[in-house]
Design a protein around this ligand. Structure first.
Ligand code: TMP
Ligand code: ASP
Length: 253
């Protein structure tokens, strides 16, 4: 047995070298963080649920022609992905006021926005992911104007698709965050969806009860995070009960 090479470790995921050049294995941990990792916990089972949910959503997006880094599922916690160069810009799409938008602009949580709003944040924990404009992004060379256009167009398609997908299972997609990467293919480079889409990076409210089915349960100390993620997975039809227990020797009578 040899040890896999760890390429990158983030707050909620680890990337390992993949089986072929240009591929990586994306491993979902149970680590849960908020507010730039000043608040942390390990919530057992979260990684498995996020892996399943994200895998399901990325597969659907691939099917409708949204290019993504996802190749295929590997196991309960891991997926095979294409290696991309992550664009250091987090793209947030909002349909309903909540979170930092409500706080900053004094708009009541739950107010339906006149139209979907896209925001950009510079991906940098030390600076607390500051909100930035297209001007900052192009001036500092984080992405080109063409890449910004591509990210915005893809983010809106993802929003349309996910809004419908979730509405069909009684969930309101309030907002979400996505990340994109550059995929190099010979002479060509294109922008593809990367990272994950899971209740860690979306706000999902039950349409009937307004119950929160996302990471706000952790941010706001509400408890019941795994149960909420399980509910999302169950409604999407991808619920996995538990990770198979690693079996030790069995006592034979
Ligand atoms: P916000 O209201 O805190 O700005 O969050 C907007 C959306 O982005 C929400 O669905 C949570 C998600 N998000 C992340 O995934 N990672 C982050 O670091 C932040 C701040 C938000
Ligand atoms: N993911 C970010 C962190 O760990 C913040 C958040 O999602 O609230 O710090």
């Amino acid at each position: 047995m040899s040890r896999r090479r760890r390429v990158y470790e983030g707050k909620a995921k680890v990337l390992y070298e993949g089986p072929e050049p240009g591929t990586l294995v994306q491993h979902f941990k149970d680590d849960t963080t908020a507010f730039d990792a000043t608040k942390r916990a390990i919530i057992e089972g979260k990684g498995v649920l996020n892996n399943r949910i994200s895998e399901f959503i990325f597969t659907k997006l691939n099917e409708i022609g949204v290019p993504t880094h996802f190749i295929r599922a590997l196991n309960m916690r891991e997926q095979l992905i294409r290696e991309v160069e992550i664009i250091p810009v987090e793209v947030v799409v909002r349909n309903v006021a909540a979170g930092s938008l409500s706080k900053k602009l004094g708009i009541d949580e739950g107010t339906v926005l006149p139209r979907s709003i896209i925001e950009f944040y510079y991906k940098n924990d030390e600076l607390h992911d500051p909100m930035v404009s297209e001007e900052h992004i192009t001036a500092f060379g984080w992405a080109t104007p063409q890449e910004i256009d591509d990210m915005m167009a893809l983010a809106l398609r993802i929003n349309d698709f996910l809004t419908g997908l979730f509405l069909g299972i009684g969930i309101r997609l309030v907002d979400f965050k996505v990340e994109f990467g550059r995929l190099y293919e010979g002479e060509m480079v294109r922008v593809v969806l990367a990272d994950e889409i899971s209740p860690d990076c979306c706000r999902l409210w039950d349409t009937r009860t307004n119950d929160k089915l996302d990471k706000d349960r952790f941010r706001r100390d509400m408890g019941g995070l795994v149960e909420a993620y399980q509910e999302v997975a169950r409604r999407l039809g991808v619920l996995v009960d538990t990770e198979p227990k690693r079996r030790g020797p069995t006592l034979v009578k």
